[in-house]
Ligand binder design. Structure first.
Ligand code: SAM
Ligand code: 2KA
Ligand code: SF4
Ligand code: MG
Length: 221
């Protein structure tokens, strides 16, 4: 598997934001979002370590950290991803979260690992990403209670689109729903005002915590 970085930090996003996690970031992506903060990991020339699922499991065990976040790039493009998840979940105290972009079919993984120890955080890419037409809408039917849909929003148009999608797929009844600002592009208060005006119950605003704690450009945190 092509790993571009691995590190321990607090999880800056998602259901376990603020908890320690070990991050495995994989190389390469099938999208090119306008705002992507890890474009470097998607460059063909980006350096990587070739690690097997066993190598990654060993690294995770050595860290002593219970939360594992698989991210990228797009982690679901790695051909051994299923084997890696299986090996990680075989360890009794490990919880796995996968950050995925909504443009890869999640059904094979979600259906293979129904236990709560695997949670998927899937983006729905909004208009300002430039990638909305790549969304696989059948993924919405696969999400479970432990999963999350994240709407990374850069404009009011994005927020209007997010509200439509949340309603259309009854997402708040199905899974967790988060809205996050495209870092630096929209004031969080605009999102709060939008949520208030539309009475968006059961939706959570989340700001990427690691970009507040460290320099937003910093890698490995
Ligand atoms: C770098 S992506 C990797 C995983 C996967 N490719 C995806 O897009 O979900 C991890 C998360 O960071 C978010 N993200 C990337 N750039 C961002 C930015 N500038 N501001 C806020 N969130 C961003 C993505 O939307 C995604 O939810
Ligand atoms: N601290 C920290 N938390 C994160 N949660 C998700 C991340 C990601 O890039 O997917 C991330 C990241 O890059 N750093
Ligand atoms: S899908 Fe994720 S990694 Fe790929 S370009 Fe978009 S934000 Fe970046
Ligand atoms: Mg990140």
């Amino acid at each position: 598997m092509k790993v571009v970085e691995k590190f321990i930090s607090i999880n800056g996003e998602g259901r376990r934001a603020g908890e320690l996690a070990v991050f495995i970031r994989f190389k390469g992506c099938n999208l090119n979002c306008s705002y992507c903060d890890t474009k470097w990991a998607n460059e063909p020339a980006c350096d990587y370590e070739e690690l097997s699922p066993d190598d990654i499991c060993e690294y995770v065990s050595e860290t002593g950290i219970k939360n594992v976040t698989l991210t990228g790039g797009e982690p679901l493009l790695q051909k051994d991803i299923r084997s890696l998840v299986e090996k990680l979940l075989n360890k009794s105290d490990i919880r796995v979260e996968i950050e995925t972009n909504g443009a890869v079919d999640i059904a094979p993984l979600a259906n293979a690992f129904s236990k709560e120890k695997l949670s998927l955080t899937m983006d729905y890419k909004l208009p300002s990403s430039g990638c909305e037409e790549k969304m696989i809408l059948s993924n919405m039917e696969v999400l479970r209670k432990q999963d999350t849909v994240k709407f990374v929003s850069g404009s009011v148009k994005d927020l209007e689109c997010a509200e439509k999608i949340i309603g259309k797929f009854h997402l708040t009844e199905r899974c967790q729903v988060f809205i996050s600002p495209v870092f630096g592009s929209i004031e969080p208060v605009e999102i709060v005002n939008f949520m208030t005006s539309k009475r968006m119950n059961d939706v959570r605003l989340q700001i990427q915590m690691h970009k507040v704690i460290w320099n937003p450009e910093e890698r490995g945190v």
